[in-house]
Ligand binder design. Sequence first.
Ligand SMILES: Nc1ncnc2c1ncn2[C@@H]1O[C@H](COP(=O)(O)OP(=O)(O)OP(=O)(O)O)[C@@H](O)[C@H]1O
Ligand SMILES: [Mg+2]
Length: 224
Amino acid sequence: MNVIEADGLCHGVWLPGRQRLDILRGVELAVAEGESVAITGRSGSGKTTLLALLGLLTPVGEGTLAIAGRNVTNLSDRNRALWRNEHIGFVFQSYSLVRHLSAYRNVELPLRYGEGLHYRQRAQRVESALDSVGLRDRARSKPRQLSGGEQQRVAIARALVRHPAVILADEPTGALDVDTASTVLRTLRTACRERRTTLVVVTHDPQVAQGMDRVVRLMDGRLA
Ligand SMILES: Nc1ncnc2c1ncn2[C@@H]1O[C@H](COP(=O)(O)OP(=O)(O)OP(=O)(O)O)[C@@H](O)[C@H]1O
Ligand SMILES: [Mg+2]
């Protein structure tokens, strides 16, 4: 089954002076369950714009999109947000952890919205997610007590904790040195593979791209 199916996705914005900038001009992308894909492309080619569409942050203007078996093209803002919370996890370049909360509490946050899990089940989910990124013993640490790579692994655990069908990562290793980046990426890939989570990573780094099942390049608003 394809977890992501995008057909003819277009996206443009209006610039000052009634100028139209067409960022995406017919993106076709199908990603299977458990598959990992790297999206590359030069700066400004529309990678983040595409990820925002796939992640249901931006409504689809033109084209069609199905995520986790549902046609989401015409969903209302509210239903898009609900589907996003249930099926999509995000990892960004800046880890965006809550500073005053421990690693444990940061990972637990997404479980506090949506369907109510029991305290016990919540704890199990959080511990298993922290386990997946090798940080179970750092559960009590605050972000400032963790290295950059460790903070990003906490962010990965937070993305995993609701068992999403898809994880979307935008330059997840962009702020890390080369060695740390490769550890973090391996962690992300392994965790996704074990859980059969579909993974889409935007990256400039050829080494990151090489570790994925497939690499696609965004150019002139289309994927090649
Ligand atoms: N809301 C907006 N208004 C005007 N222009 C925008 C808007 N959003 C994106 N753009 C433009 O669209 C193009 C694609 O932006 P996007 O952020 O998707 O690129 P990117 O491939 O992620 O680049 P980078 O590798 O630098 O992160 C850029 O030229 C950007 O300036
Ligand atoms: Mg970007």
